[in-house]
Design a protein around this ligand. Sequence first.
Ligand SMILES: Cc1ncc(COP(=O)(O)O)c(C=O)c1O
Length: 372
Amino acid sequence: MGYGAMVLGHGAPAVIDAVKSQLENGTLYCVPTELEVKLAEMLCKIVPSAQMVRLVNTGSEATMHSIRLARAFTKRRDVVKFAGGYHGAHDYVLAKAGSGAASLPASEGVLDSAASHTIVVPYNDSAALERTIEKCRESISCVIMEPVLANIGLALPEKGYINEVRKVTEQNDVVLIFDEVVTGFRLALGGAGEFFGIKPDIATFAKALGGGFPIGAITGKKEILELLAPSGGVYQASTFAGNAVSVTAAIAVIESLVEGKNSIYPQIARTCDSIVNGIREATSVLKLDYVVNSIGSMFQLFFTSEKVRDEATAKKASAQNFRRLYDELLKREVFVPPSQFETCFISYAHSEDDADRTVDAYGEALRRIAKK
Ligand SMILES: Cc1ncc(COP(=O)(O)O)c(C=O)c1O
């Protein structure tokens, strides 16, 4: 599922047909095009916090430039991120990062002088965030968060938590960046911002936006986004940003999602629920400690008896059992992301039949693991 990118499934005809016809017209112009304007206007309509848009190629670029924007806007240096949150592979966000980086102590090659400006706090702990912001109020430019922590397995925000994060950042003039690279166009058409009813100052997107083609977007408040050059002094550029192929794919994705909104989002959530409930039912008699977290079209299973609510609790789960689960599932033709610190995603192309096969495979795999 392209780590969450393929909401519509692989080879969605609307996306492939649009891209095929664009290929005949050209792929890269390196000047703004009408296509970019069209996509930006679509994003401003569907993303609740989006007033302006800048297109980039990847999620990493989107978060990197958002942090630079937040620094320029607040004239402060430091970045607060959450333990287990992953925002791409650049220097200011690699501290205690999730996803593939979760298995490294800390990436080599990151300058101490860069890392020293990143403050890490635990997710789902609003008191810890408040204390940090109070202590370093003069130096914190932004808080960057995955609204749903999807890169440490899957940890959901507890009741009121995101509201608290919004409140404390607002009160202290700290820019709140929702990294919606996973949740964007997946949790709801308007992403986590729409799902939780909270407006960050900046929201970044990638993955699902491109339907399998490389594209990212920085969206947010006009007063912040207009600091980007050429209207402002924050530099961002890339040869391939806004290339006609990726933008065409993204327009086709968004058009499909807007058109099918009332069937796509309920269907992918229903398929996910069937799998999660099916796994629980199929294994209710097993003597095996595990929990499954899920939201919308996302789920993950952890071998632990404790509630998984942050990086610390996710890391207590048995990695060895997860490895076995992965192998047993693959033998049964169910291919989940090969790490405990990733999330499983459902697409619109998955049928109830696929859900049943998945439940059977999990059931058999878990029974085998419970035996040893
Ligand atoms: C939440 C989040 N932000 C940013 C990124 C980086 O995106 P990209 O791999 O497109 O650079 C990822 C990638 O997995 C992600 O999950």
